[in-house]
Design a protein. Structure first.
Length: 65
C-alpha cells in the first residue's frame, strides 16, 4: 500500500476536487470533440499544477492547495 505524506495527501485531495468539479462534468463533451479546452488548461495553470517539477526559486508558481 502506498503511504502519502500529509503534503502529498493534501495535493491528492486538491487534484481530486478539481477533477470532480471541473473535468468530470465536461469530460464526455470534451471526448466527443477530441479536444483539450483552453479554459481548462488555463485553470490547471492557475492552480499551479503545470510547474510542479520546478521549485518556486526557478519560477514555478506557489501551490494553491
Amino acid at each position: 500500500m502506498i503511504t502519502f505524506t500529509p503534503e502529498q495527501e493534501q495535493f491528492r485531495k486538491a487534484v481530486a476536487r478539481f477533477v470532480d468539479a471541473e473535468v468530470v462534468p465536461a469530460a464526455e463533451a470534451i471526448d466527443e470533440r477530441a479536444e483539450f479546452p483552453t479554459k481548462l488548461f488555463k485553470r490547471i495553470g492557475e492552480l499551479g499544477y503545470l510547474g510542479l517539477r520546478y521549485p518556486e526559486a526557478y519560477g514555478a508558481p506557489a501551490p494553491t492547495w
